[in-house]
Design a protein around this ligand. Structure first.
Ligand code: GDP
Length: 367
């Protein structure tokens, strides 16, 4: 399970600069994870996680395998995309396939870099994308409602329930609300899933800030959120400077730390972006730690032990017997499994156990 994030936004806002910084970062990381370029628009990067490094230092495994995040550079956002304008249709199809959308908008001014609509206005850029996604969703909903007509005439009760749900969603979307901000019951979400509505996707806005006004970033974020509190309630706003990320990508690790410190930052904007996306999707990490491999696995926040085991292999889920769990902190404090066990920190958990972020787990199963 790798989280896939689609980078979208109008032309000339810094998407490629950001994407290149991301993939360079991965190449520089020299991780043990087999990095393959599937396609020039796809980059797989490690999820930054200090705990994994610490576990590896302790266990000294043959391999270290971090959790990964896949970024897809999706070009082609222009007003009119929903009508198939430009690469419009392909653009929207690509968006359907990602888990989350990172909408990059521009807040830097640079006389040498033309802005497509003439003025730097990040809120306007966000509205353009949202409108395109909403228009496409309306088209999908109208189609679906028309397809239901026959079943409604035949008095199919499920069709009637679906019809009233789709009508309600349509009205909300027409009024400018994204599906992600409409309160839905579990059953309603399940009914909507197959329509793959675009405004239902998790989205975060990446604000490409001016490298010359970094000290004003906090104020600027506050100002934008205050201008549209309802928009940013369901869409986190993440500031980043694509230019600085690009510069960082050319430095070695020590130089990066020094440069970041000189700017007053503790971590790279890219690392914060990856973490925010993880949190937005309700994902957490657990670890397996043995002599062959120390590895981070990605799961949903509410996953039970058998579901977590299923991420490693479906056999683990089917044949699940129990999980031996040590928190990461205990594993490190007591220098590994044996020490933690002697200290009474190893728990035997059954199939109802909800895995916590950072658990170090060994599964017992029977296949
Ligand atoms: P894209 O069309 O969104 O992929 O934008 P690019 O990444 O190709 O950037 C367009 C132009 O803006 C390039 O000349 C970049 O060097 C420049 N650019 C991108 N990010 C920044 C930034 O943060 N600050 C400044 N000053 N220029 C930037």
């Amino acid at each position: 399970m790798s989280l896939t994030i689609g980078i979208v936004g109008p032309p000339n806002v810094g998407k490629s600069t950001l994407f290149n910084a991301l993939t360079k970062k991965q190449n520089a990381q020299a991780s043990n994870f087999p990095f393959t370029t599937i396609n020039p628009n796809i980059g797989i990067v490690d999820l930054p996680d200090n705990r994994l490094q610490k576990l590896a230092e302790l266990v000294q495994p043959t391999r270290i395998v971090p959790a990964t995040v896949t970024f897809v550079d999706i070009a082609g956002l222009v007003a009119g995309a929903h009508q198939g304008e430009g690469l419009g249709n392909k653009f929207l199809a690509n968006i359907r396939d990602v888990d989350a959308i990172a909408l990059v908008v521009r807040d830097f001014t640079d006389p040498d870099v033309v802005h497509v609509t003439g003025v730097v206005d990040p809120l306007e850029d966000i509205h353009i994308l949202q409108t395109e996604l909403a228009l496409k969703d309306l088209e999908t909903l109208e189609h679906a409602l028309a397809n239901l007509e026959g079943k409604i005439k035949a008095r199919d009760p499920e069709a009637t329930t679906l019809q009233s749900l789709l009508k309600r969603i349509k009205t909300e979307v027409e009024q400018g609300r994204g599906v992600r901000s409409i309160p839905l019951s579990q059953a309603e979400s399940a009914r909507l899933k197959s329509f793959r509505l675009l405004t239902a996707k998790a989205m975060l806005c990446v604000l490409n800030v001016s490298e010359t006004k970094l000290d004003k970033t906090g104020e600027r974020i506050k100002e934008l959120i205050e201008a549209e509190p309802s928009l940013f309630a369901s869409t986190p706003l993440v500031p980043i400077s694509a230019k600085i990320e690009a510069e960082l990508s050319t430095l070695n690790e020590n130089e990066q730390i020094e440069y970041l410190a000189s700017l007053g930052f503790k971590e790279r904007g890219l690392d914060r972006l990856i973490r925010e996306a993880f949190a937005l999707l309700g994902l957490i990490t657990y670890f397996t730690a043995g002599p062959k491999e120390v590895r981070a696995w990605t799961i949903q926040r509410d996953a039970t032990a058998p579901q977590a085991a299923g991420v490693i292999h479906t056999d683990f889920e089917r044949g699940f017997i129990k999980a031996e769990v040590i928190s990461c902190a205990d594993f490190l404090t007591y220098h590994g499994k044996d020490g933690a066990q002697s200290a009474g920190k190893l728990r035997q958990e059954g199939r109802d156990y909800v895995v916590a972020d950072g658990d170090v787990i060994e599964f017992r199963f029977n296949v």
